[in-house]
Write a protein that binds this ligand. Structure first.
Ligand SMILES: O=c1ccn([C@@H]2O[C@H](COP(=O)(O)OP(=O)(O)O[C@H]3O[C@H](CO)[C@@H](O)[C@H](O)[C@H]3O)[C@@H](O)[C@H]2O)c(=O)[nH]1
Ligand SMILES: [Mn+2]
Length: 772
């Protein structure tokens, strides 16, 4: 059952290169540049294809499984009724399993909205207007902790963003340093010096990979298609030397003792570029921003830092579009900005808030045991949402319209000054910037005059947002630590739309988590953030439908609610086994017609899931990893994350954002590469996993013994025995790490002992419980 239902939840379908129907973008939104519109009628900047075949298969699947679920619920309800009348068996286990099945069915229903209308998009950047007419872009890069996010990696992201194929004078790169660390600023001057060599080199030869580290490590396509002559070869060697010396300097300064986050300092804003020539700049402007931080002040994590950047940049470049990047996601393809503009400059653009690109990772192992690739999200879910009103913001790799963050319901002209200040804070210059075009107030000759600096200090101070609507109705939202999800939910509620564009060549590449510990900590944070929304007045299922389409609000609701699957997972990993050990049957016997329903659900949903993986280029192995990860995360981080969210609601805990570790640990990477689990993590995560494996092992042995000694049992307990078998086979690595492994990544004897005690505890307590 457990696994069968998993596929209810996870079943999405996606075929990448299917060019079935070609549907032209429907242009409901008639505002915008007339010339561009006439042009785009015959030569659109982008096309949207509905994947008709997938769509038909998906809808047939939804239909048949809905019927199967209805039968299942009927079976449970009627068997519980009979039990109440006859009292032949204890009621509690049946009730609990019914709760599990209902929860999973509910989550399944929500998830089907992603299957409804999958689309895929194409762009034609060659049809874009001249460089002169392209709108300026501000790049926002966030970093928070120089110890967990090595400065060299951050600088590579900075340099790659400066190398985008876009007019240099229309590009301004901002780095927000939430660590407030002088070392980062120093590293940035080095980055600027190196970029002055790197950017012209890439532009001159059309280098395909614009992140220096990646280019010299020769990841992916190398110099394919370049004019590879002696001059280029010589210059490449020279630039490589420059990179090495740059990398050496940055590594050296980041090894110094000053490389620590500082949580108590005033704001620092500096233009790093030395060569600031009027509009003929050859290089993008580079700006360092570290907002004021005080120990007593709630800084609102990443969302807070993005909002500070939003305000600071409004006085410097004030570009209408923003590229958001995490410090661990570099630009891989120089053309992403132009690709994004194919949507932002197309006629649908007046209500288009952002273009989201997938997060892709350069360090995915071919045994991606922790499911770090987020395959389902970026290959299936987001293209499903794209067919409705657009994907969620994903924290990084997006091109966002600045105006969409100001999100005011009235045209700004209609609001009086007092109201504006209540909303956006007291800075007149900031309010002015909202009406101004890019850089109108800016003289590149003396970008940061003293007066301007004074104002920028104010805008990046701790207190600026007090009694304003920042984070509530303006800017990135503070309500949840998954600021990306919640901000785009609000945008979509305000009738903004978004677009998902998945180019063949990865536009951005990042580093993924390579250990169980990192991935569970990250999962716990995400869960806490999502469940916080699910349990609030913003719960998409209530807040959404009146403000957005029902299907779209179901997508958001699923994202907020899927971690609740921890409850059914825990139930299905304990109750059928306890029942088995106590001679209680909770599933239909083999001869019953309902057995076939369970079988149908299990088999078909497996097939559908496999088909989905296959169509996104994955193998059977991926299916196993995804199953296992779903179970492991459900048992651990979805449970803990939900508990944290509830505790926060009750005021027993404060929200926290522990940045994911980006330091490369060679031993750890080696294990990940070989597909071996690294169980070096907190026993808080390990004990539940091990205990459930032990419990299932007991259940399975008992089932086998019963069947061997009394043949007829096979009819009654086959499903229960099978569930245990399935859990053990999926959880085999845990068993192996407890009993057989000797290396660093094994599960220690003490954890195994605790787990054994805990499983005995579950066994006794559970056995008492299920006898009623
Ligand atoms: O107080 C903070 C904490 C984090 N960050 C930055 O936020 C980014 C994302 O943090 P990371 O630790 O890498 O978290 P992940 O879990 O990997 O990030 C995913 O989930 C986040 C929401 O939880 C999104 O914001 C991210 O874009 C998305 O990639 C990094 O650049 C950090 O430097 C800050 O600027 N300030
Ligand atoms: Mn990250």
């Amino acid at each position: 059952m457990l696994f069968a239902f998993y596929f209810y939840i996870m079943n999405y379908n996606y075929i990448i290169n299917s060019h079935e129907t070609r549907e032209k973008e429907q242009n409901h939104y008639q505002r915008g540049n007339m010339a561009l519109q006439t042009h785009s009628a015959s030569h659109p900047l982008n096309l949207c294809h509905v994947k008709t075949r997938t769509l038909i298969i998906n809808r047939l699947y939804i239909f048949s499984h809905s019927i199967a679920i209805a039968f299942l619920i009927y079976y449970r309800a009627s068997s519980i009724r009979t039990l109440i009348d006859t009292k032949t068996q204890p009621l509690i286990p049946h009730l609990l399993i019914f709760i599990a099945e209902l929860t999973l069915s509910f989550i399944w229903i929500l998830s089907q909205s992603f299957l409804w209308r999958p689309v895929i998009r194409t762009v034609f950047p060659e049809r874009l207007p001249e460089d002169e007419q392209l709108p300026p872009i501000d790049v926002f890069i966030c970093t928070a902790d120089p110890e967990k996010e090595p400065p060299l990696g951050v600088m590579n992201t900075v340099v790659s963003a400066m190398t985008l194929n876009y007019p240099a004078r229309k590009l301004t790169v901002y780095l927000s340093d939430d660590g407030g660390c002088p070392v980062t600023l120093e590293a940035m001057s080095e980055a600027w010096r190196f970029a002055k060599i790197w950017v012209p080199f890439c532009k001159k030869y059309g280098v395909k990979i614009i992140c220096p580290e990646a280019y010299f490590a020769e990841r992916g396509v190398d110099d394919e298609g370049l004019v590879y002559n002696d001059e280029f070869a010589a210059e490449k060697v020279k630039v490589k030397g420059e990179y090495e010396s740059f990398a050496h300097k940055v590594t050296k300064i980041s090894e110094s003792e000053r490389c620590r986050s500082n949580k108590d300092h005033s704001s620092v804003v500096e233009v790093v570029s030395d060569e600031i020539v009027h509009t003929q700049r050859e290089m993008p402007l580079l700006v360092y921003v570290s907002r004021e931080k005080r120990p007593y002040h709630n800084h609102q994590f990443k969302a807070g830092s993005l909002n500070a950047l939003l305000r600071v940049s409004s006085l410097i470049s004030n570009s209408p579009y923003i590229l958001g990047l995490d410090c661990d996601m570099y630009c891989n393809d120089a053309n992403s900005a132009r690709q994004a503009m194919c949507f932002h400059l197309a006629p649908i653009s007046s209500s288009l808030a952002f273009v989201q690109f997938p997060q892709r990772f350069y360090n995915i192992s071919k045994h991606d045991i922790y499911e770090s690739e987020l395959r389902c999200t970026f290959k299936t879910l987001w293209s499903g949402m794209d067919g409705i009103k657009g994907p969620c913001l994903s924290g990084t790799c997006y091109y966002l319209k600045r105006e969409a963050l100001y999100m005011h319901h009235l045209p700004l002209e209609d609001i009086n000054l007092k109201e504006l200040k209540e909303c956006f804070g007291s800075s007149n210059d900031f309010l002015k910037s909202m009406h101004q075009k890019h850089g109108e107030n800016m003289d590149y000759g003396k970008v940061l005059s003293d007066v301007l600096l004074q104002e920028i200090k104010l805008l990046s101070s701790c207190g600026y947002e007090n009694n304003t609507k920042w984070g509530k109705e303006v800017g990135f939202r503070y309500f949840s630590v998954v600021e990306d999800y919640f901000t785009s939910f609000n945008m979509h509620c305000k009738k903004w739309i978004s677009v998902y564009y998945m180019p063949q060549k990865p536009a951005f590449l990042g580093s993924c988590t390579t250990s169980l510990n990192d991935s569970l900590i990250q999962g716990t944070r995400w869960t806490a953030g999502l469940i916080e929304v699910a349990l609030s007045r913003f719960s998409p299922i209530i807040y959404g439908p009146s403000r957005m389409s029902v299907l779209h609000s179901f997508c958001y609701a699923w994202l907020a609610c899927f971690p609740f699957a921890f409850l059914p997972l825990w139930i299905l990993a304990t109750i059928p086994q306890l029942a088995l050990l106590n001679d209680v049957t909770v599933y239909p016997e083999v001869k019953s017609p309902f057995f076939l329903i369970f079988l149908y659900v299990f088999v078909l949903s497996n097939l559908q899931h496999m088909r989905e993986i296959h169509s996104t280029g994955g193998s059977l192995k991926v299916w196993r990893y995804e199953q296992r990860t779903w179970m492991v995360k459900g048992i651990t981080c979805h449970l803990y994350g939900s508990m944290y969210a509830i505790m926060e609601k009750l005021g027993a805990k404060e929200a926290s954002f522990l940045p994911t570790n980006k330091v490369v640990d060679d031993d750890q990477v080696k294990l990940y590469e070989r597909g071996i689990y690294n169980f070096q993590t907190s026993s808080m995560f390990l004990v539940p996993l091990c205990s459930l494996i032990i419990l299932n092992l007991l259940g399975f042995l008992m089932g086998v013994i019963k069947i061997v000694f009394e043949r007829d049992y096979i009819y009654d307990i086959s499903i229960q025995t099978f569930i245990s078998f399935y859990i053990i086979s999926m959880g085999y690595p845990v068993l192996e790490a407890m009993l057989l492994r000797k290396d660093k990544g094994r599960i220690t004897t003490s954890v195994s002992c605790y787990s054994f005690v805990f499983s005995i505890f579950i066994l006794f307590l559970g056995s008492l419980l299920i006898m009623y």
